[in-house]
Design a protein around this ligand. Structure first.
Ligand SMILES: Cc1ncc(COP(=O)(O)O)c(C=O)c1O
Length: 262
């Protein structure tokens, strides 16, 4: 039985046996002390990241590079970490955009990271996902003077002028999927106006029919501009077990390096 109120998976789906066998194997390897119990690489254990890259390359049917990956303690905690490291809500990062409606727990995380509710802007969606034209109109109105020149102060190179939280594939709660055309336009827009896109991609691997659309971060990799703007925030919560509190992010190497956990 599924608890729809909290979105908990049925206990039938959680395998103590599987996790316990995997842990026994991992802890019996000769280098277990160094790999599992010692301080380790900033982005995570190299062997884990390599296995993850192989797994994701197959699952997404698209090459995933180890240098683009960083392990995480799950999507929620990583969202908090990303906001702390990459935004400055009181000085640089003027707006927090959300797909409307969206996964309700994220509002509290944004507030705990220093955003106030008057910085929150809901972007409507339809069956093709987030209305990117609406977002573009809002951004132009607030980031451009009447003569088209930018209102932005470019002195804060490390931080983003706005942040968008979205679930492009199987959105929670609407289940909408962002179309290919909108994905392309969204990444171009974000690069133009220095908007960080935090993609909650926790449901991509739960595509049961057909192939899941290419994740937004792939458009960032393909773009000619070297300013990274997209982070794919993923989790084993939906495909293995939420109690493990393990996930990963995928982004350009420069962003991954800034997010590596110390
Ligand atoms: C869209 C979305 N993102 C993130 C999470 C939570 O992910 P995690 O358990 O990795 O923090 C959920 C859980 O329901 C969710 O629906």
């Amino acid at each position: 039985m599924i608890n729809f109120l909290l979105g908990l998976p049925s206990l039938d789906l959680l395998s103590v046996d599987l996790i316990s066998r995997a842990s026994q194997i991992a802890y019996s390897l000769p280098n277990a002390k160094q790999r599992l119990l010692q301080y380790n690489g900033f982005t995570g254990d190299r062997d884990f990241l390599e296995s993850l890259a192989t797994f994701l390359t197959k699952a997404y049917n698209d090459t995933v590079k180890v240098e683009h990956l960083c392990s995480s303690p799950g999507a929620s905690l990583m969202l908090e970490h990303m906001l702390t490291m990459l935004t400055r809500p009181q000085t640089v990062t003027r707006f927090a955009f959300f797909q409307n409606p969206t996964y309700h727990f994220v509002f509290r995380i944004f507030q705990e990271c220093g955003f106030s509710t008057d910085q929150f802007v809901g972007i409507p969606e339809d069956c093709d996902g987030l209305d990117v034209d609406y977002l573009e109109t809002f951004i132009k109105e607030h980031f451009e003077h009447d003569d088209g020149s930018s209102t932005r102060d470019n002195s804060h190179g490390d931080f983003y002028d706005a942040v968008l939280y979205c679930v492009p594939t199987h959105a929670n709660p609407s289940s909408s999927i962002l179309s290919k055309e909108r994905r392309e336009k969204l990444v171009t827009l974000a690069k133009q106006y220095n908007v960080l896109i935090i993609c909650d991609d926790v449901y991509d691997l739960l595509t049961y029919q057909g192939v899941a659309p290419q994740r937004l971060v792939a458009y960032d990799f393909a773009s000619k501009s070297d300013r990274p703007v997209v982070i794919s925030n993923c989790s084993f919560s939906k495909i293995l077990a939420p109690g493990l509190r393990v996930g990963w992010v995928e982004a350009q190497e420069a962003l991954v390096k800034r997010l590596g956990l110390r």
